[in-house]
Design a binder for this molecule. Structure first.
Ligand code: ADP
Ligand code: MG
Length: 333
């Protein structure tokens, strides 16, 4: 199969070019896009690369790679409160395997279609397996959720139940042994993360700051703490709750408890949203959780303690150990 047949077969969907906001899609030197003419709307642009052996295990199912590579980029749009519109895909593959490509593109479109993202172009090359997406969305410029917008006294919230994906990673490295039922839940979180787009959009104009949890809750919240002021963030140890399946498992022994705690605070790859909002917005945040069918939990406060840092505090006011760095590609530790 040649390069052009490959593109046509697996990626060229809107052949008539009539997807909303697309004047010209795949097939020319550039795509031509029509941003909506809404006053105050800005384009939100993000790009992320996934490399085999770095971001996903060699041999990961192609459908998961298609889903996840797009999902992590959609998650960045979600964290700004943006609505996704268009995408380009730079794909490097060692061989043009029709079965792999069919599964990969099925994973892509199963996510792109419901979120109304149009794949408008890309590049296809032979090389080590690597997937780079560029996503373009739209957001009201004044209400975009930024890392720098947290304010003193804000509540800190998180969506879903972070830590599941990290437990699946640990299991695949053979560092722990999860019961099958729990492993299934964790593997799903790792291989098919759900970008929190509906929640992110519902939070615009309500929440102040947001970030998607890709590198670990503490590390990602530290970005908000540093870029907002700087201010401090205190997390309430009792409010940091596990998924019910994990909660039961964590009580088995000290090693499981440590794994679960670490996964919750420092595990990446769940792509939940962590965000801050004023205290008087609590009802509105709960309502955003309901309309987006996404669990939201209040886990702490923005304060003036140790600006630029995040700490976990017990109900008696003592610091709870959270000796846990998040993921860092160029870490020398
Ligand atoms: P050019 O040589 O002008 O860069 P290409 O031959 O690389 O064009 O690509 C032909 C067309 O197919 C372009 O419109 C490009 O955007 C699109 N395209 C290439 N690879 C992909 C892909 N993996 N997914 C979607 N569109 C692609
Ligand atoms: Mg090209």
């Amino acid at each position: 199969m040649g390069e052009f047949e490959l593109i046509q077969t697996y990626f060229q969907r809107n052949q008539s070019g009539d997807a909303e906001g697309v004047a010209l899609g795949i097939g020319d030197d550039c795509a031509l896009l029509r941003p909506s003419a809404i006053t105050g709307h800005a384009l939100a642009v993000t790009t992320d690369t996934l490399i085999e052996g770095v971001h996903f295990f060699a041999g990961t199912a192609a459908r998961s790679i298609g889903h996840k590579s797009l999902a992590v980029n959609l998650s960045d749009l979600a964290a700004m409160g943006a609505k996704p519109r268009w995408a380009t895909l730079a794909l490097s593959i060692p061989v043009a395997d029709p079965a792999w490509l069919a599964e990969f593109s099925a994973g892509v479109f199963a996510l792109a279609d419901p979120f109304e993202v149009a794949l408008v172009g890309g590049d296809t090359t032979r090389g080590p397996l690597s997937i780079t997406w560029t996503l373009i969305g739209e957001v009201d410029e004044t209400h975009a959720l930024r890392r720098s917008k947290a304010r003193l006294g804000d509540d800190v919230w998180v969506s879903g139940q972070p830590g599941l994906a990290h437990l699946a990673v640990q299991q695949r490295y053979g560092r722990l042994q999860l019961p099958d039922s729990i492993n299934e839940i964790c593997a799903l979180a790792l291989d098919f993360p759900s970008p929190r787009l509906a929640l992110g959009q519902a939070l615009t104009g309500v929440a102040h700051a947001a970030i998607d949890v890709s590198d670990g809750l503490i590390q990602d919240l530290t970005h908000i703490a540093r870029q907002s002021g700087p201010l401090g963030i205190s997390l309430d140890a009792d409010a940091l709750i596990y998924h019910p399946a994990v909660a039961a498992w964590a009580q088995h022994d000290a090693a499981s408890a440590e794994h679960a705690w670490r996964a919750l605070l420092a595990g990446g790859d769940d792509y939940e949203l962590a965000f801050t909002a004023p205290v008087d917005a609590r009802a509105a945040i709960e309502a955003a959780g309901v309309t987006s069918a996404t669990r939201v939990t209040r886990i702490g406060q923005v304060d003036a303690t140790a600006p630029g840092t995040v700490r976990v505090v017990g109900d008696d006011g003592t610091l709870v150990p959270s000796t846990t760095g998040g993921f860092n590609h160029f870490s020398t530790e």
